[in-house]
Design a protein around this ligand. Sequence first.
Ligand code: HSE
Length: 300
Amino acid sequence: EQVRVYAPATVANVACGFDIFGFAVDRPGDEVVLTKKDTPGIIISEITGDEGRLPLEVHKNTAGIAIQKYLEHIGRTDQGFTMALHKDMPLGSGLGSSAASAVAGVFAANELMGKPLSQKELLPFAMEGERVACGSAHADNVGPSLLGGFVIIRSYNPLDIIEIKVPEDLFATIVHPQVEVNTKDARSILEREIPLSKTIEQMGNVAGLTAGLLLSDYELISRSLEDVIIEPIRSILIPQFKEVKSAAMAAGALGCSISGSGPSLFALSRGLETAEKVAVAMTGAFKDAEIESEAYVSGI
Ligand code: HSE
């Protein structure tokens, strides 16, 4: 018995919503091919698309860990699997690469076990994969990769995930420059204490973005796509950040910020045509500094 599962890349944080906002895109993504075997234990038979960089040991692999934790939870560690993982997105890119693998893995296992858990109930196991990948079990990549669309993590303890509808005409542009940022490092440089004044500004934007999405108010979405806490610190890790962001805004984007922990940038636009123009402008701005980049345009 075998299943093939695809899980998409995601944009976490969405400017103002550090660790609480995320959305899924159509592509790129990861694919897991999971096969039941007669003996217990998980074997990772092959990983492609990672240039040999990801561990084949189950307890170090985000998908392997997620499946292992899932089997323990449902009390079925007697069931073994062979897994092949096909990565179709860059590692360390800020596109939720580790999350997509974990989601594809745990979703595949649940299918083969006859779906004892609902899709939402799979989230904690995929989050364990994130813990292995970057030291924190954040859900703003695994949440949207698992559920699709735009999600809000209202609370981590207890886990409270809200899926919200976004305007149909909202498109995302993601540009991935050929530089790598490690999520663990990008988290460790953040300030632990935030002044009240900045917190108020950020909360205003979080509320504004949520309302803007639900009301299809593009002006409000645009005004709210600001991050006064994380972006000023992390953008230092991304060469050409200011120039690329300015190019996106000049090309008509509603807003532009760091995708997850970077180095990818994302922009939101009204309409596919604008989102494509924004992609050209952003890759062009990277090119001005001789940095190659790849762009993806997608609905949300
Ligand atoms: N919210 C996480 C962070 C996402 O910004 O560190 C990492 O992809």
